[in-house]
Design a protein around this ligand. Structure first.
Ligand code: ATP
Length: 348
């Protein structure tokens, strides 16, 4: 498996450097033959190449079997490309899979749970990706802004299918989260497509919850959820909440998956408040890599990769329980030391 690794900004370089030894140890243990090439995006690329993403990186990403992208400082790039948006849009990575679960030994404010948010990734209320060219936010007068939200039947259908397929491998329940009472056309279509796809999966149960009520339900009883499917921005916000309920954003792994490409990317941002201090939790990126390996294994029917995904999840779980982890999850180790300890655990 050939990967393109782009460490990004803020805590990106340190969590990437800490995660790669664990990936190497896993590759050796399961004979995965994973190789990677590192390159730069974000501030490092802007300083060196005058752009946050070189156009040739797209070809490199297309030729790789997977991408690993660290968090990038999109908010700081005024007239520059947002690297995360760039790869999600150009590679059509329509399903952002964001698992959240609690861990033994980590305080969870709402009790134990294990769920996955499946977030549509290519349209919705995202001004930088829902039109072919330009942005979909317009300054009509200096005091009037119009922001457009695009919802298409095709994107609703494919994200629904991704969610139902995932639920089939889990607890067989899907919750559709929407705001159909207000966004009657857009979320109406989303609901329609979700229920249409649901008919192809008669063994699964489905319910639907309005996004605002969902915030209360997620905090009150997250254990009742299995797979949650929703549109882009609702999924972005909801998955930060579920990550925090799991104990720390530092445990929030995610993968952006399409039909032929996928990109591991932690759910959190650049965390400038802790960058450069060797205290950021690398497990978010490690767990994202695990999801990427699983995606690759299922796509190419290579069981070793599916087994490696499970082993990496288990190793993180054991490391957290043993406090071989960073302070956000109750450990006493630094970022580098956490990565090294995980690699050693995997090599055993
Ligand atoms: P950005 O502007 O890039 O979105 P942010 O700080 O606004 O950055 P996040 O990076 O998502 O947003 O961080 C939110 C909070 O979670 C911060 O307090 C941050 O320190 C914490 N956090 C995020 N990632 C980690 C991590 N890997 N380990 C520990 N804490 C983290």
């Amino acid at each position: 498996m050939r990967l393109l690794v782009l460490p990004g900004d803020g805590i990106g370089p340190e969590i990437t450097a800490a995660s790669l030894p664990a990936l190497r140890a896993l590759s050796e243990r399961f004979k995965l033959n994973i190789e990677w090439k590192e390159d730069i995006v974000g501030h490092a690329s802007l300083a060196k190449h005058g752009t946050t993403v070189r156009p040739d990186l797209l070809e490199a990403a297309r030729n790789a079997d997977g991408l690993v992208l660290g968090p990038t400082a999109a908010f700081e790039f005024k007239d520059q490309i947002n690297p995360s948006m760039f790869f999600r849009k150009k590679l059509d990575l329509y399903a952002n899979i964001r698992p959240s679960r609690t861990y033994d030994g980590v305080k969870a404010p709402a009790g134990a749970f294990d769920l996955v948010v499946v977030r549509e990734n290519t349209e919705g209320f995202y001004a930088d990706r829902n039109v072919e060219s330009g942005g979909s936010e317009m300054l009509i007068t200096p005091d009037v802004v119009v922001s457009l939200r695009r919802i298409t039947r095709q994107c609703c259908e494919r994200i629904a299918r991704a969610a139902f397929q995932l639920a089939q491998t889990r607890k067989k329940h899907v919750t559709v989260v929407h705001k159909g009472n207000v966004l009657k056309l857009g979320d109406g279509m989303f609901l329609e497509e979700c229920h249409k796809v649901a008919r192809e999966f008669p063994g699964l149960t489905v319910d639907e919850i309005i996004i605002d009520a969902m915030m209360a339900h997620a905090v009150r009883n997250p254990a009742r959820f299995d797979v949650i499917v929703t549109t882009n921005m609702f999924g972005d916000i909801l998955s930060d909440l579920t990550a925090e309920l799991s104990g720390s954003l530092g445990l929030a792994g995610s993968v952006n998956a399409g039909d032929s490409h996928a990109m591991a990317q932690a759910s959190h941002g650049t965390a400038p408040d802790i960058a450069g201090k060797n205290i950021a939790n690398p497990f978010s990126l490690v767990l994202s890599m695990a999801l990427l390996l699983g995606w690759h294994g299922r796509r190419h029917k290579r069981q070793a990769f599916i087994d490696a995904e499970a082993a990496l999840d288990k190793a993180v779980e054991a490391a957290v329980a043993a406090k071989e982890a960073t302070g956000d999850v109750g450990g006493k180790l630094g970022t580098r030391e956490t990565g090294a300890a995980l690699a050693a655990r995997l090599a055993k």
